[in-house]
Write a protein that binds this ligand. Structure first.
Ligand SMILES: [Zn+2]
Length: 260
């Protein structure tokens, strides 16, 4: 009689998602404080001109505009520069891969097929490259979106005669949108990469089917709650998507032995 093996469950790397989110939040915080400082400086400049009643070389819009342009260039050079963005994205993708590789190794541990399924992975380098590139574009977009929001706040604000302090408050809200977006990217990407790596590695180990498992909390979408505990072939996941791959999904795939 075949010996029954207990395969450790597939896990979602929450800590990796959290550290990626933190890394992006730190960049956003730095970007925001540079922008904020530039804006405050332009307020001070306005006040100085007003008090001196000196000739205005620049209108208030020019002063604010120059300050924001200065901030944007500085953010691009110091915070969201290509080297830094690539570093954050690479570190994240490597961590997800490391976690997943160790986990899948643990699941099989040579007990099932008698070899380490993650030892030979000719596809991994290309996969990592593509994932890093994708995340680089997400991180870069954080800066672009924030800058676009700030620009529109300032344009609208000046046009409507809004006080700079009110504009500053709106810019803080723009930063909050970026923090939320970073959190989403971190979780969404962790799920997608985990889902794809798990599927590839399970199949490389000879497992053609998986059992869908949700995170069993109230945030699981109803559709996925319906999949929970059910077995699907890897080449035909429900709705064409592997666990973890749909938007913001935290579900995982447990390997299912063919005899099961
Ligand atoms: Zn899900």
């Amino acid at each position: 009689m075949a010996r029954r093996m207990i395969i450790p469950p597939t896990r979602f790397p929450n800590a990796v998602a959290a550290s990626y989110s933190r890394a992006m939040a730190q960049m956003i915080q730095q970007m925001h404080s540079i922008t904020y400082a530039a804006l405050l400086k332009s307020i001070a400049e306005e006040v100085r001109i007003y008090q001196n009643e000196s000739y205005r070389a620049d209108g208030p819009l020019d002063i604010i505009w120059n300050a924001l342009k200065f901030a944007k260039d500085r953010v691009a050079a110091q915070i969201f520069n290509p080297a830094k963005v690539v570093e954050v994205a690479s570190q994240f993708v490597s961590r997800v891969n490391f976690f997943n590789k160790r986990m899948v190794n643990n699941q099989f541990d040579g007990r099932v097929r008698g070899f380490d399924p993650t030892e030979r992975e000719p596809w991994i380098n290309d996969y990592m490259k593509v994932s890093v590139k994708e995340n680089v574009s997400y991180i870069t977009k954080l800066q672009d979106d924030y800058a676009a929001r700030v620009e529109s706040i300032v344009m609208q604000g000046v046009k409507n005669g809004q006080k700079l302090t009110d504009m500053a408050q709106e810019i803080s809200k723009a930063a909050n949108i970026s923090y939320q977006r970073a959190k989403f990217i971190a979780r969404d990407q962790t799920g997608s990469i985990t889902g794809q790596l798990t599927a590839k590695r399970h199949q490389d180990a000879g497992f053609k089917r998986f059992k869908w498992s949700t995170s069993h909390d109230e945030r699981v979408r109803p559709e996925h709650r319906g999949y929970d505990g059910k077995i699907y072939p890897y080449d035909q996941p429900p709705a064409g998507k592997l666990p973890g791959v749909p938007f913001n999904c935290r579900c995982v795939a447990y390997p299912v032995d063919d005899e099961e």
